[in-house]
Design a protein around this ligand. Structure first.
Ligand code: SAH
Ligand code: MG
Length: 202
């Protein structure tokens, strides 16, 4: 693995082992671009983007950068340094850009600053891999799944973050879309890395 900057310096919610797995998946995916939903400050983007850089792929990084429910003011994962008091909203885009610039990924990553459903409404590009790490309500997660998985090429990967088998350990929406994807008959399970579920398109 050859990362273009130090992931420890990027705020985010991804274990290094999960990041390394994302890097490996990109490295072995069929030809084509990669897309992530939920970039936040760019930690997962750094792992995925570094792998894309080596292979001359493009990474589409979709995030409205207004934060998920848990990032809002007063919520558990709120980070005051990412709050734009002028508009009274979260704004992780500025920090995200810094991450991309410091890694030299400007010509690899295409930021799409929009809600997932909006970005995907007229999408028609085949994808080698999709990483879903956006909103954690069942509605948001299901929308991400239904919006992006149809574009994955045969042999391509669908990686889903925050899979918890036991509801006591965390919300079940990512697990639900994981199971929904298997039930479609279009994906087979691959080895999991911590909370990172990996499916491969048949
Ligand atoms: N992958 C990141 C963490 C993502 S946190 C890392 O490695 O650290 C989840 C992100 O999803 C937040 O930045 C939030 O703004 C974004 N998000 C939540 N719902 C979304 C939606 N419907 N469309 C686009 N982005 C969304
Ligand atoms: Mg996550």
């Amino acid at each position: 693995m050859k990362l273009l900057s130090d992931p420890d310096l990027v705020k985010g919610f991804l274990d290094p082992a999960e990041g390394a797995r994302l890097y490996d998946l990109v490295s072995t995916a069929p030809a084509g671009p990669v897309l992530e939903v939920g970039s936040y400050c760019g930690k997962s983007t750094l792992y995925l983007g570094s792998a894309c850089f080596v292979q001359n792929r493009i990474l589409y990084a979709v995030d409205h950068h207004r934060g998920s429910e848990e990032h809002q003011l007063g919520e558990e994962y709120h980070d005051p340094s990412l709050y734009d008091a002028d508009v009274q909203k979260m704004d992780s885009f500025r920090t995200f850009r810094t991450t991309i610039d410091q890694a030299g990924l400007q010509n690899t990553v295409v930021p799409i600053v929009a809600a997932s459903e909006l970005a995907g409404r007229h999408w028609a590009t085949k994808l080698a891999m999709v990483f879903i790490d956006g909103g954690h309500s069942l509605e948001a997660a299901m929308t991400d799944c239904k919006t992006w998985s149809p574009h994955i090429v045969p042999g391509g990967f669908l990686a889903i973050h925050d899979i918890f088998e036991n509801p006591a350990d965390g919300g079940q929406a990512p697990h639900q879309i994981y199971k929904h994807s298997i039930a479609s008959g279009l994906f087979v399970e691959r080895q999991r890395t911590l909370t990172l579920g990996v499916l491969q398109r048949i």
